[in-house]
Write a protein that binds this ligand. Sequence first.
Ligand code: ADP
Length: 383
Amino acid sequence: MTFPVVGMVGGGQLARMTHEAGIPLGIRFRILSDTPQDSAAQVVADVTVGDYRDLAVLRAFAAGCDVLTFDHEHVPTEHLRALEADGVVVRPGPAALLYAQDKAAMRVRLAEIGAPCPRNRIVAGPAEVTAFAESVGGYPVVLKTARGGYDGKGVWIVRSEAEAAEPFRAEVPVLAEEKVDFVRELAANVVRSPHGQAVAYPVVESVQVDGVCDTVIAPAPELAEELSARAQQLALTIARELDVVGHLAVELFETRGADGTPGILVNELAMRPHNSGHWTMDGAVTSQFANHLRAVLDLPLGDPRPRARWTVMANVLGGDYPDMYPAYLHCMARDPGLKIHMYGKDVKPGRKVGHVNTYGDDLAQVRERARHAADYLRGTIDE
Ligand code: ADP
């Protein structure tokens, strides 16, 4: 038996970290990267540089792969269907991936399976936004382009009909949602394999700053046990009903009813390793990347349980200094337990260039250590 070849479409940091997880298993890993400089292209030996929107490129890339998977959800659905028709093993398959690509399709499908979502409607123009706003108690409402958004791009909070014009310029379907008055954002991450085995990671809290994930705390502090179990169950149900193979991140809003009852609503789905799961690299028995690989290869899944009472992940964003390496000296000396994961990307202000993980028994300390390292690497603090 020769070791299988996993082909991942995309050369970003998720591909880089998935590659890293496959090394100890001897899995052969190849990527389809936009450029030779992309994060994963710098470290993976078998790189094809090409355009994932070109079916001929995808076909040539997939020809030598035992299974095809993704570090982003932008490959056109019709191309994935064509690959499947060719006999390529695509995991997750296009029928599932559609719901991570298209927020409007996702809302319809989640309603069918009874998953709780913010009230929503497809809208054709500003007047329809106002009609929708009136049906949910008035402005503000949230508008989202159905496809192509990420890190808060493609999401607008609009307070009036005049403000509602902007999202329609892109000429893609626009989804209106009630603006949820959430307590915090959570993520329920699960991994499912083709033969139906599934594992659930602890539900985490994800703290967003300016629409970008800033910190993840595992497990979510003071989350009621019942709500945590409900969130995990919901994510497992979505994975099964949508026939997801691989890692599924279910981004959630935690809400409080008028009587104080806690609840959850689904924000969106990602069918690939996800920023809310980066803590698992150091904080769980099996990382999301290792489990994603096991799932797409239909191997038994690994233990998702945490290795420490608390794990905190903080994203490292680019600051004003192009070279972060000198900062390692101080960070490593200050905190020997610190885990640094850098992606090999050029430092640009605000760009995600890496993350750090810390773990331990005292949440306040674990948080402070992660925050300090992320800020020091960015250059916003100097001691
Ligand atoms: P992206 O595709 O950029 O990740 P999301 O749909 O996750 O877009 O939205 C980005 C952020 O906008 C969310 O993390 C949340 O803070 C906010 N947001 C999205 N939808 C709503 C909503 N219906 N109500 C309130 N805030 C929302």
